[in-house]
Design a binder for this molecule. Structure first.
Ligand code: IVH
Length: 704
């Protein structure tokens, strides 16, 4: 028996539904919330309560349906009114040109305009609206028949349950891609891990998996979004001829469409669009795996028609894959400047991210253990942007896969390999005896932030070391003795050799801070080199302190052989450890370096050949921020991060790159990411740009 629903109750329910619809759109589509979350919740509860009292009020398009329905046992199969086609792919410029040529020929046009769109990396969805109300949502399936996942689709917050149109068409199907933004994906995975559930491998799998949940209440907890890209069946409406205009219609109906859709002219327009999207790809929150170009005008599309399951009038120009699988053939250990051994995967060559990759990093032994990678496995290789390719995980265990062992001797010089308790890194103990360490030290020595020797890059150093022209840094300054041999080398001539020798000569004139950095002391980066130079002012003072430090360390060890904490108490805030950022471990590294005779002979030799620096002008202007450490992240509006850093340093602050418990402030500009999160986690103070400006203003006036 139908229940009686008073008209004012109906009216109230309609009002609430309309208001909630508008609020959702403002929040999820326009990204511009108009009321507080609490106000939304209040209206939502009011509608839930009304519908509980009068179940007859519940409609398919009620906002309350967004929270999901009781679990289904299976999904019904539904035949698509109009097949959901796929797209032909192309992977390079020539193939794109070929597509354009064929399309122009087929359409009988000299030039075609294209609707250009990002290709979303998610899962396709067809939304059927009858008289403006969402009645059915289906997956693509095999293109002819899909699955009815209406209850799940209703939980996607940015799609309208009812079209905001005065006179909606009798039938309109909106097609698009269900995606999960990268940021949301990370949050979701963090949550799943906290709950002890296996995380998803990538946003696409997460979107597809969430959409096909039998329990739509689970789907409702997944922050999915629908991005519209086309129209399926349409009855009772005259659609615009232009696909670009059709997308505009979708936007009018409150669907999210990509802000990057465009109408471009000819092949040149497509290429330009592709290049722009490829450049932007990394910064987009929604993953895309290419661009789609669709002939914009209807007459040409009709002329072109279809082949098999794909239209002749559209093509996907895919980005080079960033991840792929291949076989791990072997592991080699590379020796770095400080002797650190890095395991390098030797791969069956694969094309990934636009290049052929045959080597990838495995980082260190801990990572190998964590991922349980073995030689012979099929592994996932990832290469994103210009980062070093890495082995991400094992895709499939090899038939007779062999565990990877850390060698006990250095593969280059045969010295013992040492692994310090609690550290991930294993090191060759050979020091400058080891040819690999020598070569890497030389590269560092000549690099831009060290002695900055133009013309002496990694490639030249490798060649010179291999030919026996270089062994230690001091040899660089003896290269002029090999002038004749250098001129004879491939690719060299009088002029380039003269230039190289001149830049070597001028590199002798340096600063103490560059010199300290150039030595390549473990744990001493540019900032610390500067702090050491400022603190000790002369190299002799630093060398003297190094011996004194080791002496104190020895005494402390004698006094408290079994009590590390007591030893550390004895050692703090003196000498080396008075330098900002220098703890006992780093102090030990520095002291060790300056007491090692091999290193001292390198230093003496450099000074003997004429390397010199001006007396350090120890800054004794008031330094109100001395002893405070800052990390800058995100983008600032009124100045660059570099400028902000310089101004903070001028006030005595230290500016470093990574957030730790020792950081005093994190300055977080626009779209600050993980560093800000870490600061929050560690309870480090966060300054926004106005906060930074106030701090600078407060102190910069002083002392002048
Ligand atoms: S149009 C007739 N446009 O790619 C054209 N598809 O490989 C049919 N996709 O199943 C699709 N972004 O799931 C189109 N801007 C876009 C797209 C897009 C992603 C997906 C879609 C389709 C698959 C075809």
């Amino acid at each position: 028996m139908a229940e009686e629903i008073p008209e004012q109750v109906r009216e109230r329910a309609r009002e609430l539904a309309a208001s909630l619809g508008a609020l959702s759109r403002a929040y999820y589509v326009d990204d511009d919330p108009t009321v507080s979350d609490a106000e939304y919740d209040r209206q939502f509860r009011a509608l839930v309560d009304l519908e509980a009292d009068y179940p007859g009020l519940v409609t398919a398009d009620s906002p309350t349906q967004r929270v999901g329905a009781p679990p289904a046992e299976y999904f019904d199969s539904v035949e698509h009114a109009i097949p959901m086609l796929s797209l032909a792919n192309c992977f390079d410029d020539d193939e794109l040109a070929e597509f354009d040529r064929r399309a122009r020929e087929g359409a009988g046009r000299d030039r075609l305009a294209y609707c250009a769109e990002p290709k979303f990396d998610g899962t396709a969805l067809n939304l059927r609206y009858e008289d403006g109300v969402l009645v059915r949502a289906t997956t693509r399936g095999d293109g002819l028949t899909g699955e009815d996942i209406t209850a799940n689709a209703r939980t996607i917050r940015n799609l309208p349950l009812r079209l905001p149109a005065e006179r909606p068409p009798g039938v309109i199907e909106i097609r698009g891609e269900v995606v999960l933004a990268r940021s949301r994906f990370n949050e979701l995975n963090a949550r799943l891990e906290r709950e002890g559930t296996k995380p998803f491998v990538n946003p696409r799998n997460a979107a597809a998996g969430s959409l096909r949940q039998l329990d739509s209440r689970v789907t409702a907890t997944r922050p999915l979004a629908f991005m519209g890209y086309g129209i399926g069946q349409a009855v009772g409406i005259e659609l615009p001829d232009s696909l670009h205009a059709q997308l505009q219609l979708l936007a009018d109906w409150q669907f999210s469409i990509s802000p990057y859709v465009d109408r471009v002219e000819g092949l040149a327009g497509c290429r330009e669009y592709y290049d722009a999207m490829a450049a932007r790809r990394a910064e987009l929150d929604v993953e895309i795996d290419g661009c789609v170009f669709k002939v914009d005008d209807r007459a040409s599309r009709d002329e072109l028609g279809f082949v098999a399951r794909a239209p002749r009038w559209a093509i996907a120009r895919k980005f080079p894959a960033e991840e792929t699988t291949t076989r791990l053939n072997a592991v080699e250990f590379q020796v770095g400047r400080t002797g650190a051994l890095t395991p390098v995967a030797k791969l069956e060559p694969v094309f990934v991210g636009g290049v052929t990759v045959s080597n990838a990093t495995l980082h260190n032994m801990d990572e190998i253990a964590r991922k349980d990678v073995r030689v012979g496995d099929t592994v996932v290789v990832r290469r994103a942007g210009d980062v070093i390719p890495e082995v991400k995980e094992v895709a499939e265990r090899g038939a007779d896969a062999q565990p990877i062992a850390l060698p006990s001797a250095c593969p280059v010089c045969g010295s013992a390999v040492e692994r310090v308790e609690g550290e991930a890194v294993a090191r060759c103990t050979g020091g400058l005896v080891c040819a690999a360490q020598r070569r890497e030290s030389l590269k560092h020595f000549a690099s831009r932030n060290a002695l900055d020797i133009e013309g002496l890059g990694d490639r030249q150093i490798e060649a010179f070391v291999a030919e026996g022209l270089l062994e230690t840094p001091a040899d660089v300054f003896g290269l002029h003795a090999h002038r004749a041999a250098l001129v004879e080398r491939d690719g060299y001539g009088e002029k380039s050799v003269a230039n190289l020798l001149a830049s070597i000569e001028s590199a002798k004139d340096t600063t103490l801070e560059r010199f300290i950095f150039a030595l390549g002391i473990r744990e001493v980066g540019q900032t610390m080199a500067r702090d050491l130079a400022q603190h000790f002012a002369t190299l002799d003072a630093l060398r003297a302190e190094a011996s004194a430090y080791l002496e104190r360390e020895g005494q402390a060890l004698a006094q408290h052989p079994d009590n590390k904490a007591a030893r550390e108490r004895l050692m703090t805030a003196e000498g080396l450890q008075a330098v900002p950022g220098v703890g006992s471990r780093v102090a030990h590294c520095i002291a060790d370096f300056f007491t090692e005779s091999r290193n001292l002979s390198v230093i003496d030799a450099l000074i003997a050949v004429g390397v010199h620096w001006p007396v350090v002008d120890v800054d004794d202007t008031p330094q109100p921020l001395a002893g405070t450490t800052f990390v800058l992240t995100g983008s600032l509006e009124t100045m660059t991060r570099e400028q902000a850093g310089e101004r903070l340093e001028a006030l005595g602050a230290r500016v470093t790159g990574s957030v730790s418990r020792k950081t005093d402030y994190v300055v977080a500009g626009e779209s600050a990411g993980s560093k800000r999160d870490k600061a929050e986690k560690l309870g480090v103070a966060i300054l926004d740009e106005p906060g930074l400006a106030a701090l600078l203003a407060e102190h910069e006036g002083q002392g002048s």
